[in-house]
Unconditional design. Structure first.
Length: 210
């Protein structure tokens, strides 16, 4: 992100507050509407937005698909999968260690690995790539859960909320100066996920890293 350390802190606070409100709203469709509105405002106006400063005045906000309840899942995390560790090198955050802690199966779509960011503070990380990647959406994939940075839809190991309507592109989709952990084979779906933020961003697609 751009901006001062205080700007980044404020961004994190606002994102955390937004997802807290999403989890508290019993109606997923209403929660999604608030998320779309707040995400658009932050990306357009916040000094720590990943949208390059020179482009913000003309940036209308992300294109987001209408909410589709068929892409909302509350599923258990299968923690019997073999352990796996990946160390993702990034230009901005150094080496990001990821440990696979489970896998979720999404009926009709397939499975996704669930990762733990094994560094200070820790957090759940769930990226995904699908048939829209590189077409309707960013070629490198999207994020759904990144609890280190506040993106947390709620749930528990036996009932994790995996609502694909809240999928969004990582910072590197907006500015190639960023290097982001991206979905690997275990987080790639063969079918299309035509919901969430669909805006295709400019810049080359980096190689998969997670």
């Amino acid at each position: 992100m751009s901006g001062s350390w205080w700007d980044v802190l404020d961004w994190r606070r606002q994102v955390a507050d937004l997802y807290r409100a999403v989890r508290a709203e019993p109606d997923p469709r209403a929660a999604h509407e608030e998320w779309v509105s707040a995400r658009g405002r932050l990306l357009r106006t916040h000094p720590a937005s990943p949208v390059p400063v020179a482009e913000r005045s003309a940036y209308a906000g992300p294109t987001t698909a209408p909410y589709d309840e068929a892409f909302r899942f509350v599923v258990p995390v299968d923690r019997s999968v073999p352990a796996q560790r990946r160390e993702v090198r990034t230009a901005t955050d150094g080496v990001v260690p990821l440990e696979r802690v489970g896998r979720v199966e999404l009926p009709g779509l397939g499975g996704l690995d669930v990762w733990w960011v094994a560094m200070y503070g820790g957090g759940v990380f769930l990226p995904l790539k699908d048939a829209t990647s590189g077409r309707q959406t960013y070629g490198g994939g999207r994020y759904l859960l990144d609890t280190v940075k506040g993106a947390d839809l709620g749930g528990a190991p036996d009932a994790l909320v995996v609502d694909l309507n809240f999928a969004y592109p990582p910072s590197c989709a907006y500015d190639e100066a960023w290097a982001c952990p991206l979905p690997g084979p275990g987080n790639t779906l063969t079918g299309a996920v035509p919901v969430g933020e669909l805006s295709a961003a400019t810049g080359p697609t980096p190689a998969p890293s997670a």
